[in-house]
Design a protein around this ligand. Structure first.
Ligand code: CA
Length: 498
Protein backbone atom coordinates (compact mmCIF):
# COMPACT_ATOMS: atom_id res chain seq x y z
CA UNK A 1 0.00 0.00 0.00
CA UNK A 2 2.74 2.38 1.00
CA UNK A 3 4.66 1.62 -2.20
CA UNK A 4 1.52 2.24 -4.21
CA UNK A 5 1.06 5.62 -2.58
CA UNK A 6 4.66 6.57 -3.33
CA UNK A 7 4.24 5.34 -6.92
CA UNK A 8 1.05 7.28 -7.33
CA UNK A 9 2.59 10.37 -5.77
CA UNK A 10 5.60 10.25 -8.06
CA UNK A 11 3.45 9.70 -11.14
CA UNK A 12 1.28 12.62 -10.08
CA UNK A 13 4.25 14.88 -9.56
CA UNK A 14 5.74 13.80 -12.91
CA UNK A 15 2.55 14.71 -14.71
CA UNK A 16 2.39 17.99 -12.80
CA UNK A 17 5.98 18.63 -13.81
CA UNK A 18 5.13 17.99 -17.45
CA UNK A 19 2.16 20.31 -17.26
CA UNK A 20 4.32 23.05 -15.80
CA UNK A 21 7.10 22.77 -18.35
CA UNK A 22 7.13 25.64 -20.79
CA UNK A 23 6.75 24.43 -24.34
CA UNK A 24 9.27 26.88 -25.70
CA UNK A 25 9.95 26.63 -29.42
CA UNK A 26 6.47 25.33 -30.20
CA UNK A 27 5.24 28.82 -29.23
CA UNK A 28 6.54 30.15 -32.54
CA UNK A 29 4.06 27.99 -34.44
CA UNK A 30 1.11 29.52 -32.59
CA UNK A 31 -0.97 32.42 -33.80
CA UNK A 32 -1.45 35.27 -31.32
CA UNK A 33 -2.91 37.74 -33.83
CA UNK A 34 -6.33 37.47 -32.26
CA UNK A 35 -5.42 38.45 -28.69
CA UNK A 36 -8.00 41.03 -27.61
CA UNK A 37 -6.58 44.59 -27.54
CA UNK A 38 -3.19 43.18 -28.49
CA UNK A 39 -2.54 41.59 -31.92
CA UNK A 40 0.73 39.87 -31.14
CA UNK A 41 3.56 38.33 -33.13
CA UNK A 42 6.33 36.30 -31.55
CA UNK A 43 9.75 36.69 -33.13
CA UNK A 44 11.92 34.25 -31.26
CA UNK A 45 11.78 31.60 -28.56
CA UNK A 46 14.92 30.07 -27.16
CA UNK A 47 15.87 27.79 -24.31
CA UNK A 48 18.27 29.42 -21.84
CA UNK A 49 20.21 27.06 -19.61
CA UNK A 50 20.29 27.33 -15.84
CA UNK A 51 23.20 29.54 -14.68
CA UNK A 52 24.18 30.31 -11.11
CA UNK A 53 21.04 31.19 -9.19
CA UNK A 54 19.05 31.74 -12.36
CA UNK A 55 16.80 28.85 -13.36
CA UNK A 56 16.53 27.47 -16.89
CA UNK A 57 13.93 29.38 -18.82
CA UNK A 58 12.36 29.93 -22.18
CA UNK A 59 13.13 33.40 -23.55
CA UNK A 60 10.41 34.70 -25.83
CA UNK A 61 10.55 37.93 -27.81
CA UNK A 62 7.82 39.54 -29.83
CA UNK A 63 5.70 42.60 -30.31
CA UNK A 64 2.16 43.86 -30.21
CA UNK A 65 0.96 45.86 -33.23
CA UNK A 66 2.18 48.50 -34.08
CA UNK A 67 5.53 48.46 -32.26
CA UNK A 68 5.18 47.47 -28.63
CA UNK A 69 8.20 45.27 -28.03
CA UNK A 70 8.05 42.63 -25.32
CA UNK A 71 10.01 39.81 -23.77
CA UNK A 72 8.92 36.97 -21.54
CA UNK A 73 11.04 34.66 -19.45
CA UNK A 74 9.18 31.46 -18.72
CA UNK A 75 10.71 29.06 -16.21
CA UNK A 76 11.06 25.61 -17.73
CA UNK A 77 9.98 23.82 -14.61
CA UNK A 78 8.56 24.64 -11.20
CA UNK A 79 6.40 27.42 -12.61
CA UNK A 80 4.46 28.81 -9.66
CA UNK A 81 1.42 29.38 -11.87
CA UNK A 82 1.74 33.18 -11.77
CA UNK A 83 2.87 36.11 -13.90
CA UNK A 84 5.04 39.07 -12.91
CA UNK A 85 5.07 42.11 -15.20
CA UNK A 86 8.24 44.19 -14.76
CA UNK A 87 7.97 47.94 -15.37
CA UNK A 88 10.42 50.22 -17.16
CA UNK A 89 12.27 53.48 -16.38
CA UNK A 90 12.90 56.96 -17.80
CA UNK A 91 11.71 57.21 -21.38
CA UNK A 92 12.17 53.43 -21.60
CA UNK A 93 12.67 52.42 -25.27
CA UNK A 94 14.30 49.06 -24.68
CA UNK A 95 13.93 45.91 -22.64
CA UNK A 96 16.62 47.29 -20.33
CA UNK A 97 15.00 46.20 -17.08
CA UNK A 98 14.53 42.57 -18.03
CA UNK A 99 17.24 41.68 -15.52
CA UNK A 100 14.93 42.84 -12.72
CA UNK A 101 12.77 39.86 -13.62
CA UNK A 102 15.37 37.51 -12.19
CA UNK A 103 14.18 37.73 -8.58
CA UNK A 104 10.64 36.83 -9.66
CA UNK A 105 11.92 34.17 -12.05
CA UNK A 106 13.91 32.50 -9.29
CA UNK A 107 10.66 32.31 -7.27
CA UNK A 108 8.97 30.45 -10.14
CA UNK A 109 7.22 33.37 -11.82
CA UNK A 110 6.81 33.76 -15.55
CA UNK A 111 8.10 37.30 -15.92
CA UNK A 112 7.67 39.83 -18.70
CA UNK A 113 8.66 43.34 -19.73
CA UNK A 114 7.92 45.83 -22.50
CA UNK A 115 9.85 48.67 -24.17
CA UNK A 116 6.66 50.81 -24.04
CA UNK A 117 6.33 51.05 -27.78
CA UNK A 118 9.49 52.60 -29.18
CA UNK A 119 13.26 52.28 -29.45
CA UNK A 120 15.35 54.84 -27.55
CA UNK A 121 17.74 55.32 -24.68
CA UNK A 122 16.08 55.84 -21.28
CA UNK A 123 17.11 59.53 -21.31
CA UNK A 124 16.09 60.68 -24.79
CA UNK A 125 12.60 61.35 -26.13
CA UNK A 126 13.25 62.09 -29.83
CA UNK A 127 11.09 59.08 -30.63
CA UNK A 128 8.08 61.15 -29.51
CA UNK A 129 8.68 63.97 -32.03
CA UNK A 130 5.35 64.41 -33.86
CA UNK A 131 4.46 60.87 -32.83
CA UNK A 132 1.10 60.85 -31.03
CA UNK A 133 0.70 57.07 -31.30
CA UNK A 134 4.12 56.64 -29.72
CA UNK A 135 3.02 58.86 -26.84
CA UNK A 136 -0.22 56.93 -26.38
CA UNK A 137 1.75 53.68 -26.27
CA UNK A 138 4.34 55.06 -23.86
CA UNK A 139 1.91 56.68 -21.46
CA UNK A 140 -0.78 54.01 -21.19
CA UNK A 141 -1.48 51.61 -24.04
CA UNK A 142 1.70 49.53 -24.19
CA UNK A 143 1.49 48.22 -20.63
CA UNK A 144 -2.09 47.09 -21.08
CA UNK A 145 -1.47 45.61 -24.54
CA UNK A 146 1.70 43.82 -23.47
CA UNK A 147 -0.07 42.37 -20.43
CA UNK A 148 -2.79 40.90 -22.66
CA UNK A 149 -0.11 39.46 -24.97
CA UNK A 150 1.84 38.07 -22.04
CA UNK A 151 -1.19 36.38 -20.53
CA UNK A 152 -1.94 34.71 -23.87
CA UNK A 153 1.65 33.52 -24.36
CA UNK A 154 1.83 32.17 -20.82
CA UNK A 155 -1.45 30.34 -21.34
CA UNK A 156 -0.12 28.77 -24.52
CA UNK A 157 3.24 27.88 -23.01
CA UNK A 158 1.88 26.06 -19.96
CA UNK A 159 -1.51 24.98 -21.22
CA UNK A 160 -3.35 27.02 -18.63
CA UNK A 161 -3.77 30.62 -17.60
CA UNK A 162 -1.81 32.14 -14.74
CA UNK A 163 -3.70 32.03 -11.45
CA UNK A 164 -2.39 35.48 -10.47
CA UNK A 165 -1.06 38.40 -12.49
CA UNK A 166 1.20 40.84 -10.68
CA UNK A 167 3.02 44.01 -11.60
CA UNK A 168 6.14 45.65 -10.17
CA UNK A 169 7.97 48.77 -11.30
CA UNK A 170 9.61 51.99 -10.18
CA UNK A 171 9.77 55.54 -11.57
CA UNK A 172 8.22 55.29 -15.05
CA UNK A 173 7.46 51.76 -13.90
CA UNK A 174 5.65 53.17 -10.87
CA UNK A 175 3.60 55.34 -13.19
CA UNK A 176 2.76 52.28 -15.32
CA UNK A 177 1.51 50.52 -12.19
CA UNK A 178 -0.74 53.40 -11.13
CA UNK A 179 -2.09 53.77 -14.67
CA UNK A 180 -2.98 50.06 -14.60
CA UNK A 181 -4.85 50.37 -11.30
CA UNK A 182 -6.66 53.50 -12.53
CA UNK A 183 -7.36 52.80 -16.21
CA UNK A 184 -7.07 49.03 -16.63
CA UNK A 185 -8.06 47.70 -13.22
CA UNK A 186 -8.73 44.18 -14.53
CA UNK A 187 -5.14 43.66 -15.70
CA UNK A 188 -3.41 42.88 -12.40
CA UNK A 189 -4.37 41.27 -9.08
CA UNK A 190 -1.59 43.03 -7.26
CA UNK A 191 0.62 46.01 -8.08
CA UNK A 192 3.91 47.23 -6.61
CA UNK A 193 4.56 50.89 -7.35
CA UNK A 194 7.87 52.59 -6.59
CA UNK A 195 8.50 56.35 -6.80
CA UNK A 196 5.87 56.90 -9.48
CA UNK A 197 6.80 59.45 -12.11
CA UNK A 198 3.92 61.31 -13.69
CA UNK A 199 1.52 61.41 -10.76
CA UNK A 200 1.37 64.91 -12.16
CA UNK A 201 2.66 66.73 -15.23
CA UNK A 202 4.24 68.86 -12.49
CA UNK A 203 6.99 66.25 -12.56
CA UNK A 204 8.11 67.84 -15.82
CA UNK A 205 8.02 71.28 -14.21
CA UNK A 206 10.16 69.92 -11.38
CA UNK A 207 12.77 68.70 -13.88
CA UNK A 208 13.02 71.94 -15.80
CA UNK A 209 12.82 74.23 -12.76
CA UNK A 210 15.54 72.38 -10.88
CA UNK A 211 17.72 72.27 -14.01
CA UNK A 212 17.50 76.05 -14.31
CA UNK A 213 17.65 76.92 -10.60
CA UNK A 214 21.44 77.01 -10.45
CA UNK A 215 22.08 78.66 -13.85
CA UNK A 216 22.62 82.39 -14.21
CA UNK A 217 21.30 84.50 -17.10
CA UNK A 218 24.26 83.47 -19.26
CA UNK A 219 23.60 79.80 -18.56
CA UNK A 220 26.61 79.38 -16.28
CA UNK A 221 26.37 77.57 -12.94
CA UNK A 222 25.87 79.87 -9.94
CA UNK A 223 27.14 77.44 -7.33
CA UNK A 224 29.73 74.74 -7.90
CA UNK A 225 29.12 71.15 -6.89
CA UNK A 226 31.75 71.35 -4.16
CA UNK A 227 29.48 73.58 -2.06
CA UNK A 228 26.86 70.85 -1.80
CA UNK A 229 28.45 68.76 0.99
CA UNK A 230 28.49 71.86 3.23
CA UNK A 231 24.76 72.38 2.70
CA UNK A 232 24.04 68.70 3.26
CA UNK A 233 26.00 68.74 6.51
CA UNK A 234 24.18 71.84 7.78
CA UNK A 235 20.78 70.28 7.04
CA UNK A 236 21.69 67.03 8.73
CA UNK A 237 23.09 68.85 11.76
CA UNK A 238 19.88 70.82 12.12
CA UNK A 239 17.33 68.08 11.42
CA UNK A 240 18.73 64.61 12.02
CA UNK A 241 17.68 64.47 15.69
CA UNK A 242 14.10 65.73 15.16
CA UNK A 243 12.95 62.12 14.81
CA UNK A 244 14.68 61.13 18.06
CA UNK A 245 17.59 59.33 16.41
CA UNK A 246 20.88 60.88 15.35
CA UNK A 247 21.53 58.36 12.63
CA UNK A 248 22.12 60.34 9.44
CA UNK A 249 18.51 59.80 8.36
CA UNK A 250 15.69 62.34 8.47
CA UNK A 251 12.54 60.30 9.01
CA UNK A 252 10.10 63.01 7.93
CA UNK A 253 11.84 65.87 6.09
CA UNK A 254 8.63 67.93 6.16
CA UNK A 255 9.56 68.72 9.77
CA UNK A 256 12.98 70.08 8.77
CA UNK A 257 12.93 73.87 8.44
CA UNK A 258 16.19 74.86 6.80
CA UNK A 259 16.94 78.11 5.03
CA UNK A 260 20.06 78.46 2.91
CA UNK A 261 20.58 81.94 4.46
CA UNK A 262 21.80 80.13 7.59
CA UNK A 263 25.00 79.55 5.59
CA UNK A 264 25.31 83.13 4.27
CA UNK A 265 28.82 84.52 4.16
CA UNK A 266 29.64 86.97 6.92
CA UNK A 267 31.82 89.97 6.17
CA UNK A 268 35.39 88.85 5.61
CA UNK A 269 34.51 85.13 5.59
CA UNK A 270 36.21 82.92 2.97
CA UNK A 271 33.45 82.22 0.44
CA UNK A 272 34.54 78.59 0.15
CA UNK A 273 33.09 78.07 3.65
CA UNK A 274 29.73 79.82 3.14
CA UNK A 275 27.17 80.78 0.53
CA UNK A 276 27.17 84.04 -1.41
CA UNK A 277 23.82 85.78 -1.82
CA UNK A 278 23.53 84.43 -5.39
CA UNK A 279 24.18 80.91 -4.08
CA UNK A 280 21.60 81.33 -1.32
CA UNK A 281 19.14 82.32 -4.04
CA UNK A 282 19.93 79.22 -6.10
CA UNK A 283 19.53 76.88 -3.13
CA UNK A 284 16.25 78.50 -2.10
CA UNK A 285 15.05 78.10 -5.66
CA UNK A 286 15.82 74.37 -5.63
CA UNK A 287 13.86 73.86 -2.40
CA UNK A 288 10.95 76.08 -3.47
CA UNK A 289 10.09 74.17 -6.61
CA UNK A 290 8.46 75.75 -9.64
CA UNK A 291 6.61 79.03 -9.13
CA UNK A 292 5.32 81.47 -11.73
CA UNK A 293 5.99 85.20 -11.77
CA UNK A 294 2.91 85.87 -9.63
CA UNK A 295 4.46 83.64 -6.96
CA UNK A 296 1.94 80.82 -7.49
CA UNK A 297 3.33 77.38 -6.66
CA UNK A 298 3.01 75.30 -9.84
CA UNK A 299 3.89 71.95 -8.28
CA UNK A 300 3.86 71.28 -4.57
CA UNK A 301 6.19 68.26 -4.65
CA UNK A 302 9.63 69.76 -4.12
CA UNK A 303 13.07 68.36 -3.29
CA UNK A 304 13.15 67.65 0.45
CA UNK A 305 15.73 68.70 3.04
CA UNK A 306 18.19 65.81 3.29
CA UNK A 307 18.21 65.24 -0.48
CA UNK A 308 21.22 67.54 -1.01
CA UNK A 309 23.84 64.81 -1.54
CA UNK A 310 21.76 63.66 -4.52
CA UNK A 311 21.63 67.14 -6.15
CA UNK A 312 24.80 66.43 -8.10
CA UNK A 313 24.69 65.89 -11.06
CA UNK A 314 20.93 66.24 -11.65
CA UNK A 315 20.37 69.80 -10.35
CA UNK A 316 24.01 70.89 -10.20
CA UNK A 317 26.39 69.60 -12.82
CA UNK A 318 29.72 68.18 -11.75
CA UNK A 319 32.76 70.17 -12.95
CA UNK A 320 30.69 73.11 -14.10
CA UNK A 321 28.72 71.08 -16.64
CA UNK A 322 25.04 71.61 -17.28
CA UNK A 323 22.90 69.62 -14.82
CA UNK A 324 21.49 66.26 -15.91
CA UNK A 325 17.90 67.46 -15.93
CA UNK A 326 18.81 70.20 -18.38
CA UNK A 327 18.90 67.40 -20.94
CA UNK A 328 16.45 64.83 -19.55
CA UNK A 329 13.89 67.48 -18.63
CA UNK A 330 14.58 69.36 -21.85
CA UNK A 331 13.54 66.37 -23.95
CA UNK A 332 10.23 66.19 -22.12
CA UNK A 333 9.39 69.69 -23.36
CA UNK A 334 10.97 69.30 -26.80
CA UNK A 335 8.99 66.17 -27.66
CA UNK A 336 6.26 65.34 -25.12
CA UNK A 337 4.87 68.18 -23.04
CA UNK A 338 2.92 70.12 -25.65
CA UNK A 339 0.34 69.18 -28.27
CA UNK A 340 2.74 70.59 -30.86
CA UNK A 341 6.33 69.62 -30.21
CA UNK A 342 8.74 72.58 -30.32
CA UNK A 343 11.43 70.11 -31.39
CA UNK A 344 15.19 69.82 -31.16
CA UNK A 345 16.04 73.54 -31.15
CA UNK A 346 14.02 74.26 -28.02
CA UNK A 347 16.13 75.02 -24.95
CA UNK A 348 15.12 74.87 -21.27
CA UNK A 349 15.72 78.63 -21.06
CA UNK A 350 12.82 79.02 -23.52
CA UNK A 351 10.35 77.74 -20.96
CA UNK A 352 8.03 80.47 -19.69
CA UNK A 353 6.62 79.61 -16.26
CA UNK A 354 3.65 81.92 -16.88
CA UNK A 355 2.78 81.10 -20.48
CA UNK A 356 3.67 77.41 -20.80
CA UNK A 357 2.24 75.41 -17.85
CA UNK A 358 -1.35 76.04 -19.05
CA UNK A 359 -0.33 74.53 -22.41
CA UNK A 360 0.50 71.15 -20.86
CA UNK A 361 -3.07 69.82 -20.66
CA UNK A 362 -2.57 67.59 -23.68
CA UNK A 363 0.29 65.80 -22.00
CA UNK A 364 -1.55 65.72 -18.68
CA UNK A 365 -4.38 63.81 -20.34
CA UNK A 366 -2.03 61.11 -21.61
CA UNK A 367 0.45 61.08 -18.77
CA UNK A 368 -1.07 61.70 -15.40
CA UNK A 369 -1.48 58.74 -13.11
CA UNK A 370 -3.41 60.92 -10.68
CA UNK A 371 -6.94 59.54 -10.74
CA UNK A 372 -7.86 58.76 -7.10
CA UNK A 373 -10.96 56.78 -8.07
CA UNK A 374 -9.69 53.24 -7.49
CA UNK A 375 -13.12 51.70 -6.88
CA UNK A 376 -12.90 49.26 -9.79
CA UNK A 377 -9.45 48.07 -8.75
CA UNK A 378 -10.51 47.63 -5.15
CA UNK A 379 -13.77 45.90 -6.11
CA UNK A 380 -11.96 43.23 -8.12
CA UNK A 381 -9.78 42.46 -5.08
CA UNK A 382 -6.71 44.32 -6.32
CA UNK A 383 -3.96 45.25 -3.83
CA UNK A 384 -1.53 48.12 -4.25
CA UNK A 385 1.76 48.55 -2.39
CA UNK A 386 3.61 51.82 -3.03
CA UNK A 387 7.00 52.97 -1.76
CA UNK A 388 8.96 56.19 -2.09
CA UNK A 389 12.35 57.44 -0.95
CA UNK A 390 12.36 60.70 1.00
CA UNK A 391 15.70 61.66 -0.61
CA UNK A 392 14.46 61.22 -4.19
CA UNK A 393 15.48 64.08 -6.51
CA UNK A 394 13.97 62.60 -9.71
CA UNK A 395 10.44 62.11 -8.42
CA UNK A 396 9.88 64.49 -5.49
CA UNK A 397 8.38 62.41 -2.67
CA UNK A 398 5.38 64.56 -1.88
CA UNK A 399 3.81 63.66 -5.24
CA UNK A 400 2.88 60.14 -4.13
CA UNK A 401 2.09 61.35 -0.58
CA UNK A 402 -0.39 63.81 -2.05
CA UNK A 403 -1.85 61.09 -4.26
CA UNK A 404 -2.23 58.69 -1.34
CA UNK A 405 -3.98 61.32 0.78
CA UNK A 406 -6.27 62.16 -2.14
CA UNK A 407 -7.17 58.47 -2.52
CA UNK A 408 -8.00 58.30 1.19
CA UNK A 409 -10.40 61.20 0.81
CA UNK A 410 -12.03 59.81 -2.33
CA UNK A 411 -12.20 56.17 -1.24
CA UNK A 412 -13.86 56.86 2.09
CA UNK A 413 -11.08 57.32 4.61
CA UNK A 414 -7.93 55.75 5.95
CA UNK A 415 -9.29 52.36 6.88
CA UNK A 416 -11.14 51.68 3.63
CA UNK A 417 -8.02 52.74 1.74
CA UNK A 418 -5.65 50.65 3.84
CA UNK A 419 -7.80 47.64 2.93
CA UNK A 420 -6.24 47.68 -0.53
CA UNK A 421 -3.60 50.44 -0.83
CA UNK A 422 -0.62 51.12 1.44
CA UNK A 423 2.25 53.55 1.00
CA UNK A 424 5.69 53.11 2.57
CA UNK A 425 7.95 56.16 2.88
CA UNK A 426 11.67 55.42 3.13
CA UNK A 427 13.99 57.81 5.03
CA UNK A 428 17.33 58.54 3.37
CA UNK A 429 16.46 56.64 0.20
CA UNK A 430 17.19 57.95 -3.29
CA UNK A 431 15.21 57.39 -6.47
CA UNK A 432 13.82 53.83 -6.24
CA UNK A 433 16.80 52.48 -4.30
CA UNK A 434 20.14 53.42 -2.79
CA UNK A 435 21.18 56.23 -0.46
CA UNK A 436 22.11 55.95 3.22
CA UNK A 437 18.66 54.66 4.19
CA UNK A 438 17.49 51.04 3.86
CA UNK A 439 15.63 50.62 0.57
CA UNK A 440 15.43 46.91 -0.22
CA UNK A 441 12.22 45.16 0.81
CA UNK A 442 10.78 41.79 -0.12
CA UNK A 443 7.75 43.37 -1.74
CA UNK A 444 6.82 40.32 -3.80
CA UNK A 445 6.31 38.24 -0.66
CA UNK A 446 4.36 41.10 0.93
CA UNK A 447 2.09 41.31 -2.12
CA UNK A 448 1.61 37.51 -2.26
CA UNK A 449 0.64 37.45 1.42
CA UNK A 450 -1.86 40.23 0.91
CA UNK A 451 -3.48 38.99 -2.32
CA UNK A 452 -3.32 35.25 -1.69
CA UNK A 453 -3.63 34.98 2.08
CA UNK A 454 -5.39 38.20 3.01
CA UNK A 455 -2.49 39.28 5.22
CA UNK A 456 -2.03 43.00 4.71
CA UNK A 457 1.50 44.43 5.14
CA UNK A 458 1.28 46.19 8.51
CA UNK A 459 5.04 46.72 8.39
CA UNK A 460 7.94 46.01 6.04
CA UNK A 461 11.55 45.32 6.81
CA UNK A 462 13.84 47.46 4.66
CA UNK A 463 17.55 46.74 4.28
CA UNK A 464 20.51 48.70 3.01
CA UNK A 465 22.79 46.25 1.25
CA UNK A 466 26.44 46.26 0.29
CA UNK A 467 27.10 47.32 -3.30
CA UNK A 468 23.48 48.07 -4.02
CA UNK A 469 23.04 47.72 -7.79
CA UNK A 470 20.84 50.85 -7.83
CA UNK A 471 17.71 51.70 -9.73
CA UNK A 472 18.38 49.37 -12.66
CA UNK A 473 19.77 46.37 -10.79
CA UNK A 474 18.14 43.12 -9.72
CA UNK A 475 18.18 42.20 -6.04
CA UNK A 476 16.98 38.69 -5.19
CA UNK A 477 15.39 37.63 -1.92
CA UNK A 478 16.02 36.36 0.63
CA UNK A 479 18.98 38.70 1.02
CA UNK A 480 22.30 37.24 2.03
CA UNK A 481 22.92 38.01 5.69
CA UNK A 482 26.47 39.19 4.96
CA UNK A 483 25.21 41.75 2.44
CA UNK A 484 22.94 43.55 4.92
CA UNK A 485 24.43 46.74 6.37
CA UNK A 486 21.42 48.27 8.06
CA UNK A 487 17.74 47.44 8.52
CA UNK A 488 14.72 49.50 9.47
CA UNK A 489 11.08 48.64 10.00
CA UNK A 490 8.84 50.78 7.81
CA UNK A 491 5.17 51.34 8.63
CA UNK A 492 2.40 52.31 6.23
CA UNK A 493 2.04 56.06 5.78
CA UNK A 494 1.15 58.12 7.76
CA UNK A 495 2.25 55.91 10.69
CA UNK A 496 5.82 56.54 11.85
CA UNK A 497 7.98 54.84 14.47
CA UNK A 498 8.56 56.58 17.78
CA1 CA B 1 17.40 60.85 12.38
Amino acid sequence: MRILIILFASLFSASLQAAETAQCRALLTQNFAGVADAPTQLISAADIAQAGNDPAYCKVEGYVAGRVGLELRLPHSNWNGKMMFQGCGGYCGSLMQMEQCMDALSRGYACMHTDLGHKSTPTDAKWAYNNPQGEIDFYFRATHAAAQAGKAVIGAAYGKAATRNYYQGCSTGGRQGLISAQRFPADFDGIIVGAPAGVSTGGGLHLIWSALANLDKQGNPIMSADKVPMIAAAVMKKCDAIDGRTDGLIDDPRKCMFDAAELSCKPGQDSAQCLTSAEVGAVRKIYSGAVNNAGLQLYTATPMPGSEPAWVPVFIGANGEKPGYYYFGGDFFRYLAFAEDPGPNWRPEDFDFDRDPPRMGYNRHLNNAADPDLRAFKARGGKLIAYQGWRDTSVPPLGVVDYYELVERVMGGRKTTADFFRLFMLPGVDHCAGGPGPSRMDLISALENWVEKGRAPYQLLAARIKNDPGVMGNVSFPLKRDDIELTRTIYPYPAAPR
